[in-house]
Design a binder for this molecule. Structure first.
Ligand code: MRU
Length: 346
């Protein structure tokens, strides 16, 4: 994993995060010392990406306990974290795990240690799941493939290595990836800023394209496969991912290009029957009206900013998980791989 970044990490001072808002121009690390600081870092996208926010939230609970929270104060810390971002189910999955530990009846003095162990387990399991998805997914790509990805589903969005970028990294080692096209991913620019930065570091050839160029490249025959991450997989195989993913999936379908979705079990929500039940985060208008300090949209003109969209299962060629590659019909395939679940408490 040498060349992958570690975006979230426990240290003696607190939770150390690479500030993803500053990339690619500045590589700045911040330390969140309280649960409130962790919650703010998630809301403001210092840390982002479905698995990474789950890990950060788990560490936030451990931090609250280390800072003395017990009982209702610990519950309040968990509630604060639950309210940060609604779409990625990894957040709720991780917090459920932390709450189970908190409810296990540990003596007060042992609780911080037990919660920290659990948070660190969530972190290390995520790294292992990413590597396993890389191994399962890489053989799906032909040698020398030109792949398109949307948003950032890389090391920055996980404990390291990445989901979609993890498959790309593993496939690149096998000579299967000749070039990556990264959609810039308006409005937060995760593709232009983060995916391009990560792939440059990993020495994987990458070009950034504007989101509206993908269909054109597909029509010209310059894309062999699409690989994206996901924030929530519903029980029927519908998937939520960064806004724009649905459009990419439709284009891929129209051009007969495989559309692969990469996500670990922490992203699967069997309690969510279909994609329409996935809550879609609406973010601040300013992300659309401005780039940095520069206003793009006339004052007084309203904008919309849904941060995610849902791609229906029928457009997904395969789901790459740590348990293997799942194919349609996804309902039975997901139930076989991940069993029934009462699901996380959103
Ligand atoms: O709003 P973000 O940047 O947190 O959205 C991230 C994505 O949509 C990723 O594609 C998704 O979390 C999968 S990451 C492994």
């Amino acid at each position: 994993m040498a060349e992958a970044v570690t975006p979230v990490e426990w240290t003696d001072e607190g939770v150390r995060l690479i500030d993803q808002r500053a990339l690619p121009t500045r590589e700045v690390y911040v330390v969140a010392r309280t649960v409130e600081e962790v919650a703010r870092a998630i809301v403001e996208m210092v840390v982002r990406g479905a698995p990474a926010i789950g890990i950060a939230a788990a560490m936030g609970v451990a931090l609250a306990a280390r800072n003395g929270a017990r009982g209702s104060a610990l519950e309040a810390a968990v509630a604060l974290l639950r309210g940060t971002r609604p779409t990625a189910v990894n957040l709720f999955w991780a917090l459920d795990r932390m709450q189970r530990v908190a409810a296990a009846g540990e003596p007060d003095s042992a609780l911080p240690g037990r919660l920290l162990e659990e948070a660190q387990r969530i972190w290390s399991e995520d790294r292992e799941m990413c590597l396993a998805m890389g191994e399962h997914g890489a053989p799906l790509l032909p040698m020398g493939a030109r792949v398109l990805t949307h948003c950032n589903a890389g090391g920055l969005a996980t404990a390291g290595w990445g989901t979609a970028l993890g498959v790309i990294r593993s496939a690149h080692r096998q000579g299967r990836v000749a070039h990556v096209y990264a959609d810039e991913t308006r409005p937060f620019m995760q593709g232009a800023r983060l995916t391009a930065w990560e792939l440059l570091q990993a020495r994987i050839p990458v070009s950034v394209i504007c989101d509206n160029m993908a269909a054109h490249l597909m029509k010209l025959g310059r894309i062999d496969a699409v690989l994206v991450g996901t924030d929530r997989v519903a029980a029927n195989g519908d998937i939520a991912n960064k806004i724009g993913t649905y459009g990419v999936a439709l284009c891929a379908h129209a051009h007969g290009i495989p559309f692969y979705v990469v996500g670990p079990s922490s992203t699967v929500d069997l309690a969510c029957a279909h994609g329409d039940a996935i809550p879609i985060e609406e973010r601040a208008a300013r992300e659309v009206t401005h780039v940095g300090e520069t206003r793009l949209v006339p004052e007084g003109v309203p904008v919309e900013n849904p941060a995610f969209d849902v791609t229906p299962a029928r457009l997904v060629t395969a789901l790459i998980t740590e348990k293997g590659v799942l194919r349609a019909p996804y309902g039975p395939a997901l139930a076989r791989a991940f069993g029934t679940s009462s699901g996380p408490q959103a």
